[in-house]
Design a protein around this ligand. Structure first.
Ligand code: SAM
Length: 265
């Protein structure tokens, strides 16, 4: 992944996606069950929207460090935390997801971060090794896939025109209970909880959805790679698959995300 990709995507990710993802963060925090007084590391925190639900659950007691490798994301997270007037001071740092800050944590959280790492087992192992005796890891990721969902339809359209470009949603299979447990097991983690959650997402038009998609880092790279003309062909192929087949077709769907809570074996 290009180093500055998330820096470039920070503003549009915040505008287009974060408001639609808030119920998913609330689910993650609810399933991870943070307790007042705990020490919590939030990795791949991006603009930090999951910190709002987390701070509420901690009721003003606890230590929270939020990290991300993108300086633009961390700046945005600081601003958002200040605007939300969180009941808990949070420390922010630009850091790689594998960096557990030389400390032990009761909870390591990551939302929509893990699939992007090729070496996800090593990343998980770093989190596992930084847990306290009863510590847990809480992960939120997209999947399992919805074959007729708009994310997958865009990927099908991409594949039909650009077969050599890897589809973005291919890793969603990993989110189902068994493959997720297996992945965690490879990193020395035992999955203690798994849940699939869905929340409704509305876009006024398919064109708006496609634009939002191309604003996130994963598709931003694909669109950069294939250029404007071919990106437009992918978009047209996607619109043609909708009912009615138009860029103006409104979209309403409930994409699946999975939450896994795990402890060190
Ligand atoms: C899809 S965003 C998720 C952000 C946030 N957790 C959320 O759910 O809104 C993925 C985040 O992972 C961060 N990221 C990418 N590579 C990273 C790395 N090697 N170490 C830490 N963070 C990384 C990006 O900067 C981006 O903020």
């Amino acid at each position: 992944m290009a180093d500055d990709c998330w820096d470039r995507a920070a503003q549009s990710y915040f505008d287009f996606w974060v408001p639609r993802l808030i119920p998913y963060y609330e689910d993650l925090v609810q399933k991870a069950g943070p307790r007042p007084g705990e020490r919590i590391l939030v990795t791949t925190a991006g603009p930090g929207a999951e910190l709002i639900a987390l701070a509420q659950a901690l009721k003003g007691k606890g230590t929270v460090v939020a990290t991300d490798s993108s300086p633009a994301m961390i700046e945005r997270a600081k601003e958002a935390a200040a605007a939300a007037e969180l009941a808990l001071p949070i420390t922010f740092a630009v850091a790689d997801a594998r960096d557990t800050m030389g400390a032990k944590w009761d909870l390591v959280l990551s939302s929509f971060g893990l699939w992007q790492f090729e070496d996800r087992v090593d990343v998980l192992r770093a989190w596992s090794e930084a847990l306290t005796v009863d510590g847990r890891v809480g992960i939120l990721e997209w999947g399992p896939p919805d074959p007729t969902g708009p994310f997958e339809l865009v990927d099908d359209s991409l594949r039909s025109i650009e077969p050599e470009v890897a589809e973005v949603t291919r890793l969603r299979e990993l989110a189902a209970r068994e493959p997720f447990a297996e992945l965690l097991g490879e990193a020395g983690l035992r999955m203690v909880r798994h849940a699939v959650v869905r929340h409704r997402m509305d876009f006024g038009s398919a064109e708006g959805f496609f634009k939002a998609l191309c604003a996130g880092c994963s598709y931003l790279q694909v669109c950069d790679q294939i250029g404007d003309d071919r990106t437009n062909r992918v978009a047209d192929t996607f619109y043609a698959r909708l009912t009615p087949p138009s860029p103006r077709t409104p979209l309403s769907f409930e994409p699946a995300a999975s939450i896994a809570i795990a402890q060190a074996m």
